[in-house]
Design a protein around this ligand. Structure first.
Ligand SMILES: CC(C)(COP(=O)(O)OP(=O)(O)OC[C@H]1O[C@@H](n2cnc3c(N)ncnc32)[C@H](O)[C@@H]1OP(=O)(O)O)[C@@H](O)C(=O)NCCC(=O)NCCS
Length: 175
């Protein structure tokens, strides 16, 4: 597979079923998973936090091999997002698809005037894309998670203390 042949595009209705299966399959062996990420995608899609332009698939040979979703979260008076989930199909991992999805998502998020994006994930993966521990900006999680796994990217490099707890959409608590 040549990464140049991967198309990153906005999801559409016809993709929903394939995305559900892809996310379910990808997280089966993931270390930081609750096994419900595919259900979260469906409920976030029906919520006020949903942003169609920031729900992206990676397509290869007409097959969906990767998915990323960014949704709106509350962070004081800032325009902020949460990245959840990111999934790449087993068999297509470690080829740069996750990286392409994150980079395209960040580019679009900045165009849409978002200032920050939060993620709960691997401290070995997300720092490559500008994520730092959210605690460094005084940002707190409502979930009981290890400090190093709760990260933020400061798109505009404002580097200011925010001192707020993130308000996630209720769908994150209903699983
Ligand atoms: C994690 C995941 C999204 C990464 O996407 P990907 O397309 O496989 O990764 P990329 O090709 O963009 O990046 C590869 C790099 O990330 C590292 N990496 C891959 N998965 C990782 C993980 N779960 N934790 C830490 N590092 C990881 C690889 O070792 C590789 O490192 P290198 O660039 O130093 O060689 C994908 O492997 C996946 O869907 N995994 C299962 C679901 C999951 O765990 N999702 C949550 C992510 S916290």
């Amino acid at each position: 597979m040549n990464i140049k042949n991967i198309i990153i595009r906005q999801e559409n209705k016809k993709d929903y079923n394939n995305i559900y299966n892809l996310v379910k399959k990808s997280f089966k062996t993931a270390p930081l998973s609750d096994g419900k990420e595919h259900i979260l995608v469906n409920s976030l899609r029906d919520s006020k936090a949903y942003i169609p332009k920031l729900s992206l698939v990676a397509e290869y040979n007409k097959e969906i091999v990767g998915y990323i979703m960014f949704t709106k979260v509350g962070l004081g008076n800032k325009n902020a997002l949460a990245l959840a989930p990111l999934a790449v199909a087993p068999g297509y991992q470690n080829l740069g698809i996750g990286k392409s999805l994150i980079e395209e998502g960040h580019k679009l998020a900045i165009e849409l005037n978002y200032e920050y994006c939060l993620v709960l994930g691997s401290e070995n993966y997300y720092p490559k894309f500008g994520y730092i521990p959210a605690s460094k900006l005084g940002i707190k999680s409502p979930f009981n998670v290890p400090d190093e796994n709760f990260m933020v990217v400061d798109f505009l490099k404002q580097n200011i203390k925010i001192n707020e707890t993130v308000k996630y959409p209720k769908e994150f608590f209903e699983l």
